[in-house]
Ligand binder design. Structure first.
Ligand code: UD1
Ligand code: UDP
Length: 366
């Protein structure tokens, strides 16, 4: 039996790898390693519990450090595990510090025949200053096998001259996570508990470095959310990076229409998305989930890896400018006409993405 080592460490990696882990557990001698990049119970353990994910075989406790130190510590702590277990392949996901650190460590063992497999490869924002973009570019260069969400992402790899034999277009595993969870949500219980009504509130999240690490930009987004909240209640499960930055910058939400809550579990998040009038977000995962759930979403970023959903009319890309956010939100605040259109949008998602990926890895390592 081949040995596979999966390395995860942040909320989106836990959610998006959760459909693959049980498949890997039965097909391979499988080690699940957690970098510890995310560690607060509501950013980490809650997802293991709700998604019925088995516990990691090791936790590397690399949370709360500056980026370069985090990647360095992860490499230092992962290396002995690679030497001990000698996996045939290391699997990483997405574009975080965990992804980069694990990919670099695995790549040091290429001479021993160790392969690197990248799930959610090929995505590009085309913003070379974005830390996630740097991570993606490096990891895709190093990967032996890549699973790419869409043809548009495959075009990015083609444009970079990455040989087509190294990747397959499979869709995104978050579609599996999101659909399974959406089927479990008790909408009435959730709405009653949170004192909300269907399509009667806006759901907002913000956490990206480029949105929240600069005071002026964060203040602009806060002001825009306040203006939206004057017309429709806004629920905000606030990411710890944003909590920390708002305190440091002396910023606070003032409007009575804003309800800031702690980060929520996946069941609650998908429930809140499903029932929202629209979302305002800079999250990568939520853009894909909004498209799956056919919920309108404003993407408060300058560029997105999900342009195909913008083109399909499911998302609007606004940047972080107050007027641009308000102009885009206005028709969605005034009427449900566009909501009804988006709910009926025909968007195809490849079927059984996780199974296809597990099959392809088995075949690749055979
Ligand atoms: C990371 C990823 C980002 C991803 C996001 C998902 C990188 C470079 N960034 O950003 O791509 O979209 O995760 O949420 O890898 N903190 C806690 N508890 C936690 C985790 C973080 O309090 O469980 C606080 C700490 O103060 C930490 C800060 O949040 O320093 C930032 O966390 P970090 O993991 O460095 O980056 P994220 O902003 O979460
Ligand atoms: N999410 C969640 N609870 C929250 C906020 C987000 O379960 O309070 C989920 C969300 O539905 C998506 C994932 O976390 O599946 C996205 O994570 P995040 O936005 O932190 O990272 P990104 O996708 O931008 O890398």
């Amino acid at each position: 039996m081949k040995t596979l080592m999966t390395v995860i460490g942040t909320r989106p990696e836990i959610i998006k790898m959760s459909p693959l882990v049980p498949l890997f557990d039965v097909r391979f001698r499988h080690l699940l390693i957690h970098s510890g990049q995310h560690y607060s119970p509501n950013m980490d353990a809650v997802f293991f519990d709700e998604l019925k994910l088995r516990r990691p075989d090791a936790v590397l406790a690399c949370g709360g450090l500056p980026p370069a130190e985090q990647v360095g510590m992860l490499m230092q702590r992962l290396e002995p595990l690679l030497q001990l277990h000698k996996p045939d392949a290391v699997v990483v996901h997405g574009d975080t510090n965990t992804t980069l650190g694990a990919a670099l460590t695995a790549a040091k063992h290429k001479a021993d025949g160790m392969c690197l497999i990248h799930v959610e490869a090929g995505c590009r924002s085309h913003n070379p200053r974005q830390t996630e973009e740097v991570n993606r570019l490096v990891v895709d260069r190093l990967s032996d096998l890549m699973f790419v969400p869409t043809e548009a992402d495959a075009d990015n790899l083609r444009a970079e001259g990455i040989a087509s034999g190294r990747w397959r277009v499979t869709g995104n595993t978050v579609v599996d996570s999101c659909r399974r969870t959406a089927a479990l949500v008790d909408d009435l219980e959730l709405l009653a508990r949170r004192r909300l009504s269907h399509a009667g509130y806006v759901l907002a999240t913000l956490h990206r470095q480029e949105t929240v690490d600069e005071r002026g930009r964060l203040a602009e987004v806060v002001r825009a959310l306040e203006a939206i909240a004057a017309k429709c209640p806004v629920m905000i499960p606030l990411h710890p990076r944003t909590v920390k930055n708002m305190a440091e910058f002396g910023l606070a939400f003032q409007s009575p229409g804003i309800r800031v809550i702690d980060p929520v579990g996946y069941l609650e998040m998908i429930g809140l998305m499903k029932n929202a009038r629209f979302c305002v977000t800079d999250s990568g995962g939520m853009q894909e989930e909004a498209a799956v759930l056919r919920v309108p979403a404003l993407v408060i970023r300058e560029e997105t890896e999900y342009m195909h959903y913008v083109r399909a009319g499911a998302l609007k890309l606004t940047g972080t400018d107050f007027n641009a956010i308000l102009t885009a939100a206005q028709p969605w605040l005034d009427s449900l006409e566009d909501y009804a259109r988006i709910q009926k949008l025909a968007i195809d998602f490849p079927k059984d993405c996780s199974l296809v990926i597990a099959d392809a890895i088995e075949e690749f390592l055979d």
